[in-house]
Design a protein around this ligand. Structure first.
Ligand code: ZN
Length: 229
């Protein structure tokens, strides 16, 4: 597991990836918008942090000159409203591992691959969470769908068919739980009212009194939640 240090530049706080592959010398380079530091295994992190501070001006200069990668890996990705920082590192097998608020991405080199890996991970989290949460809310509200499926439609958070199949966009796992709960209750309410009548909204309001604020939140944050995948 690589260590990550941080350095504050005029542009903001920059992550510094530390590799322990160097034998004798400590070296610094800036590539793909990242600061990389190679050091021998025995050098303490505090010492490396001190070196970073000493070289701050040089790093800031290199950082500004580094080319911006288009289609870059996003700096943050959310899970249940909590911001996580994707941190790619070299690795043979593709994998994603969460460690606190860091998301270690292994085995994907190109930013496009890294984005795909992130989207896959989020979709997997959605598959673990959304159907189970829907089952719990169905029990709670007495609105029982025939089936719950994950969907991938752009610009659409959920749907409910006349056959009683509820579909939920996997990207909802990025939003706070209160928000995805609103979408789930909304779709479950369609099992009783296949429209957006006053009776429908009254039923939604019965199980989710803050539905208006949650719907507004979703409208405001839609673009950023659809950025991935
Ligand atoms: Zn609706």
């Amino acid at each position: 597991m690589p260590d990550v240090l941080h350095l504050t530049l005029p542009e903001g706080r920059v992550p510094v990836r530390v590799s322990r592959k160097a034998r004798t010398r400590i070296s610094l380079r800036i590539a793909n918008g990242e600061v990389k530091l190679a050091a021998p295994p025995g050098v303490p992190l505090a010492e490396l942090q001190r070196i970073l501070e000493l070289r701050r001006d040089w790093i800031a200069q290199q950082w500004r000159a580094a080319p911006i990668v288009s289609e870059a890996l996003p700096e943050r990705v959310s899970l249940f409203g909590q911001a996580l920082r994707p941190a790619p590192y070299e690795g043979k097998r593709r994998s994603v591992r969460r460690d606190g608020d860091t998301l270690w991405l292994a085995g994907a080199i190109e930013p496009a691959e890294q984005r795909a890996l992130l989207a896959q991970w989020l979709a997997r989290e959605a598959a673990l969470y959304l159907p189970a949460r829907t089952a719990a809310l169905a029990r709670h509200t007495g609105l029982i769908p025939r089936e719950v499926k994950l969907a991938n439609a752009r610009g659409r958070w959920g749907s409910c068919s006349s056959a009683g199949v509820v579909r939920l966009n996997w990207r909802l796992v990025q939003a706070p739980v209160a928000i995805s709960d609103y979408v789930i209750v909304h779709e479950l309410a369609h099992l009783q009212h296949m429209n957006h009548s006053a009776a429908f909204w009254a039923l939604v309001g019965q199980h989710c009194p803050e539905w208006q604020a949650r719907r507004d939140w979703l409208k405001q944050h839609s673009a950023e939640l659809f950025e991935i995948g």
